[in-house]
Design a protein around this ligand. Structure first.
Ligand SMILES: Nc1nc2c(c(=O)[nH]1)N[C@H]1C(S)=C(S)[C@@H](COP(=O)(O)OP(=O)(O)OC[C@H]3O[C@@H](n4cnc5c(=O)[nH]c(N)nc54)[C@H](O)[C@@H]3O)O[C@H]1N2
Ligand SMILES: Nc1nc2c(c(=O)[nH]1)N[C@H]1C(S)=C(S)[C@@H](COP(=O)(O)OP(=O)(O)OC[C@H]3O[C@@H](n4cnc5c(=O)[nH]c(N)nc54)[C@H](O)[C@@H]3O)O[C@H]1N2
Ligand code: SF4
Ligand SMILES: [Mo]
Length: 743
């Protein structure tokens, strides 16, 4: 007998609603939920393979504990005992910073990852936090922090309404979108064109997205900041700056005009390899469009001028009056956002409040560069203790960060490491304890992070589609128990963690004048919370305190968990709406258009006007049926075009004697790898491309299918020293490489 159940897809940022077919505890099918208020039935090949991802036989079923050098199956009790025995001595002997925490990408795709890591960090009081954000989008956070005073205030393009989209360094037809949550991104781009809008794509590769575009600018990697600065220059130069309703909220326009004065289209043309006339035309077009949005992703972030490029994206939206207006780029308002406080000056955004110990990289958002993790473990300094114990949650830095070989050795040298991960993979194989979360069908889902980045305000929650199998532990409970274990409260009821958070949050809310619960008794409020589990009660609390919430009875029609549960396909909360000045938290209470750290970095960009690569540079790429490093073990998602090959332009191939299908040795600062060549003019001359997340040939893993076709780890070409200075983000794109054809 089969049944169906709803489940929001956690496999990428699009957050599609799925209808799963379930037989017993097994997911045997997945289709798009046509009644989902947001995704309306859209599904991609990954979502369609949900059952195969969920039911992968290599997923760990029980905790593993290292005994006599070997990882062996253990009970949960033994595993948490081992965590206490491994971590407490390190904390007590060397202090909290000797315990590192690594948070990987899937944390933004789980309820557990949203609710518990902040508590874990608060409890550990360590500054040694390394995140996947620093090999991804940290430049965007830093730019938002500086412009708006809030690193999480990220405007998203109003895809459904814009007349003109300038899309930079993103390939949503493969990635399904990022920092812009939009189920059926491809359909939205087609709809934009169908309603007469224009799409311009800036990408060194002619991607599937670029092929859909009206115009494709095959820029030289790493030079987007120059291109965008020149576009800003044209807006000033030709009198096209129109702030419109933004004018009262923006500081620094004239100062900015002076700063972009020398970034003329002619001055940047050669560095970008884009002619000046094209740059002028694109700037005029942006200014002339009734509404327009500039949007940039990975290709603009993981580069040497990532923060400036991302800042310039917003600068262009602001100078054309497109920030915070329908059809432009707006700030979403999620149901679990904190109660909006009245507009006015805030605390601002501080960068570099502390630094990494070895290379003195500044923190950003309290996070240190993942690229520096290896040296923070393997290098002693007089500054303080190296990282001696590591808590890794949903992360595979051996493949996702630079120089995995060095990190491999560093992880092996740790006194203790615990991984919360469903797989025994390249990173978790180093752990002393592996705590496996249940597969997604057995977990609840709510998009705490992605609803703040969604192109439409909406709220959805799905309970586990399948009950926990015997012997499984919910990931929320795993993390709650981990918090208790590392803080000396081992053995306490995990519900105390949630109760503590509820107490603190409500205690704070009743003291805030703008809160709907101002002046009330936190205990009376806590007693009103509903939900079957601690995390559900926390969700109920957040919803009720949030911008659409019932304020614990103050707005009887407002949102509660009960109400959300009564809407299994979600609740639509309307299109994105203008919100300024409320989201601003800068000290001035305004948009600070030319923040000091940005101004201080402009000379470095000016110097880049004269830089030209002498040889080939490498960029990454993504495949629709993959996801970073952890989906190569699912046969349904591998094979075909989803392979780890080196794309190279025919001219470069010819010059270097590289034949299609033959192996090529690629050498970078951190090492070399050998991959088969795929000769294609989809990549521009002077640029080669390899995807990341491959290299599944290390011993001691349990990835049976992936090991058959391991691919190579592109990040081995990096030595970890190339970081964008403001954000600490790793430079992964536009890196110099040398090729040798192998016969
Ligand atoms: N060269 C290059 N490198 C890159 C990139 C690039 O474009 N080029 N992209 C970067 C980007 S954008 C990112 S986000 C990072 C990603 O970097 P990571 O987050 O380190 O890598 P992932 O491959 O996403 O691996 C996540 C881990 O989470 C585990 N996992 C999966 N589901 C769950 C779950 O439900 N719970 C838990 N606890 N664990 C789970 C997986 O088994 C895997 O071990 O990689 C970056 N690295
Ligand atoms: N199928 C699939 N979907 C995914 C993922 C995945 O691995 N596979 N990963 C998820 C994650 S964690 C993220 S962060 C998102 C990322 O989502 P996207 O940002 O859309 O990622 P990509 O598809 O890698 O597209 C980046 C593009 O930037 C281009 N590029 C490289 N360097 C430059 C440059 O210097 N300038 C410009 N203008 N372009 C450049 C590359 O050629 C590439 O086409 O995708 C998410 N979705
Ligand atoms: S687009 Fe993303 S969220 Fe939607 S089905 Fe595919 S993987 Fe899942
Ligand atoms: Mo990412």
């Amino acid at each position: 007998m089969s049944r169906t159940a709803l489940r929001i897809c956690p496999l990428c940022e699009a957050t599609c609603g799925l209808t799963l077919t379930i037989e017993g505890a097994r997911v045997t099918g997945a289709r798009g939920d046509r009644d989902d208020v947001f995704s309306r039935g859209f599904i991609c090949p990954k979502g369609a393979s949900f059952g195969a991802v969920d039911g992968d036989p290599d997923r760990l079923r029980t905790p593993l504990v290292r005994r006599d050098g070997e990882l062996r199956e253990a009970t949960w009790e033994e595993a948490f005992d081992a965590v206490v025995a491994g971590i407490r001595p390190v904390v007590e002997r060397y202090g909290p910073d000797a315990v590192g925490v690594v948070l990987g990408n899937p944390n933004v795709h789980t309820v557990a990852g949203a609710l518990y890591p902040p508590v874990l960090l608060g409890a550990l009081r360590t500054r040694s936090l390394f995140t996947a954000s620093t090999v991804d989008q940290m430049p965007k956070h830093v730019s938002s922090g500086l412009l708006y005073g809030d690193a999480n205030a990220i405007p998203v393009p109003d895809l459904d309404h814009t007349d003109h989209l300038l899309l930079i360094g993103a390939n949503p037809l493969e990635s399904n979108g990022s920092l812009c949550t939009a189920p059926d991104f491809p359909g939205k781009l087609k709809a934009l064109k169908a309603r007469g809008g224009t799409l311009t794509v800036v990408d060194p590769r002619r991607t599937r997205t670029a092929r859909l575009a009206d115009r494709h600018i095959a820029i030289r990697p790493g030079t987007d900041a120059l291109l965008l600065a020149a576009m800003a220059h044209v807006l000033f130069d030709e009198g096209l700056v129109t702030l419109g309703e933004l004018a009262p909220h923006v500081l620094g326009v004239e100062e900015l005009r002076a700063e972009v004065g020398d970034f003329t289209p002619e001055a940047v043309a050669e560095a970008c390899d884009v002619d000046a006339a094209t740059i002028r035309a694109r700037a005029r077009e942006l200014a002339a469009a009734p509404t327009a949005a500039v949007y940039a992703r990975i290709g603009s972030c993981t580069v040497a001028h990532g923060t400036l490029a991302n800042w310039l994206v917003d600068v262009l939206n602001i100078l054309t009056g497109n920030l915070d207006r329908p059809g432009g780029a707006l700030f979403p308002q999620a149901a679990t956002d904190r109660t909006p406080r009245p507009a006015g000056p805030g605390h601002g955004f501080a960068l570099g409040r502390w630094h990494s110990r070895v290379s003195r990289h500044p923190e950003a958002k309290g996070e240190l560069p993942l690229a520096a993790l290896a040296e923070e473990i393997d290098t002693a300094t007089e500054e303080g203790e190296p990282v001696r114990a590591l808590v890794s949650v949903a992360a595979n830095p051996v493949l996702s960060a630079p120089d995995g070989d060095r990190l491999d050795k560093a992880l092996d040298s740790l006194d203790f490491m615990v991984s919360v991960d469903p797989y025994l993979n390249e990173t978790s194989r180093h752990a002393h304890v592996v705590l496996p979360p249940p597969p997604p069908a057995q977990s609840p889902h709510h998009d705490f992070a992605f609803n703040t980045l969604a192109v439409r305000n909406q709220v959805r929650y799905t309970r586990p589609a399948v009950p926990l199998e015997p012997g499984r532990m919910a990931e929320t409970e795993i993390l709650a128990r981990l918090i208790l274990a590392v803080t000396g409260m081992h053995g306490a009821d995990p519900a105390t963690v949630d109760a503590m958070v509820v107490d603190q949050t409500l205690g704070k809310a009743v003291r805030e004048e703008h809160s709907p619960v101002h002046g009330r008794d936190p205990k009376e409020l806590a007693a009103q919370l509903t939900g079957d589990t601690g995390p559900e009660r926390r969700l109920d609390m957040m919803l009720r305190l949030g911008p659409y919430g019932d304020g614990f009875g103050v707005r009887p029609d407002g949102l509660t968990l009960e109400q959300l549960l009564a809407h299994p396909h979600g609740m639509d909360l309307g299109p994105l709406r203008p919100r300024l000045p409320q989201p601003l938290k800068t000290r001035s209470g305004k948009v600070e258009l030319l923040p000091e750290p940005v101004a201080a970095d402009l000379p470095r960009l000016r110097a880049a006007l004269r830089e030209r690569p002498t040889g080939l540079v490498l960029v990454g790429r993504r495949h629709l049926r993959s996801n970073n490093s952890w989906m190569h073990n699912v046969p349904a998602l591998t094979g075909g075009s989803n392979r780890c090959t080196l794309h190279i332009h025919p001219e470069d191939a010819e010059r270097l004697g590289v034949r299609d299908g033959a192996d090529v040795r690629v050498k970078g600062a951190g090492g070399e790898v050998t991959a088969p060549a795929e000769v294609t003019d989809a990549v521009r001359p002077g640029v080669v491309s390899l995807p990341h997340g491959w290299g599944h040939d290390r011993p001691g893993t349990r990835l049976t299918h992936a090991a058959n076709n391991p691919g190579v780890n592109v990040n081995q070409l990096l030595d970890g020293s190339l970081l964008e200075p403001l954000s600490g983000n790793a430079v992964l794109n536009g890196i110099p490489v040398e090729l040798t054809a192998r016969l």
